[in-house]
Design a protein around this ligand. Structure first.
Ligand code: HEM
Length: 181
């Protein structure tokens, strides 16, 4: 039972945003503290926070296209469609945007402080992450369009698009862990 309160309603939405804001403040504050410290000591901590942020970002990139596929099944204006709009908007704004920004800030800090932007693996990784960011922005456009009841793409299209973050993730992890070049 949810005590009669609709979780897609405005009040739970504000509470969720507040909780997310507090988590972000804590996480962001910790990141600022670490970034301003001695890189030799803070490096493993910054990398750990980077990986946590990246996992949160990727979770959204994998799930959002699935939501679009189900959203296409729902009649515009139906309760189902309105629920999908809330789910998509909250996932994108509350989780994915902050997680992407933190991934970039923490990753760029290590890239600069520890590696001085040297290494083919790092430059290729940055290129792959830029492509991932373009995908993220495209998903943001789709969230806005679905929010205006515009149908965007087909289930098949979104299933194909869903593979982009998967392929980029595999490339990125291989580059950063194996460092083959
Ligand atoms: C947003 C821009 C990003 C930048 C600038 C960036 C940069 C970096 C840098 C410089 C490192 C340190 C590498 C080392 O210490 O050997 C690192 C670690 C790591 N990054 Fe990123 N990264 C970004 C996004 C991502 C994404 C999207 C993923 C996953 C899909 C990812 C996965 C990882 C992993 C798993 C590590 C730890 C590697 C290890 O300890 O061996 N990063 N990143």
């Amino acid at each position: 039972m949810n005590g009669g309160e609709k979780q897609t309603g405005a009040v739970p939405g504000r509470k969720a945003a507040l909780r997310a804001g507090m988590a972000l403040l804590l996480f962001g504050g910790l990141a600022v503290l670490l970034i301003s410290g001695d890189p030799a000591q803070t490096y493993p901590w910054i990398k750990a926070l980077h990986v946590i942020a990246v996992i949160s970002w990727m979770a959204g990139l994998f799930y959002l296209p699935r939501l679009f596929i189900y959203h296409l099944d729902a009649e515009p204006g139906s309760v189902q469609s309105e629920t999908f709009k809330v789910m998509e908007r909250r996932l994108f704004q509350v989780i994915m945007n902050p997680a992407m920004i933190l991934s970039w800030i923490l990753g760029l800090d290590i890239a600069w402080q520890i590696f001085g932007f040297e290494g083919i693996w790092l430059q290729l990784k940055l290129l792959a992450v830029m492509l991932l960011t373009v995908t993220h922005i495209y998903f943001g456009v789709a969230v806005s369009r679905f929010g205006r009841d515009e149908r965007m793409g087909t289930p098949r299209f979104w299933r194909l698009v869903n593979e982009i973050p998967t392929i980029l993730m595999i490339v990125i992890v291989l580059l950063v862990v194996v460092k083959p070049f």
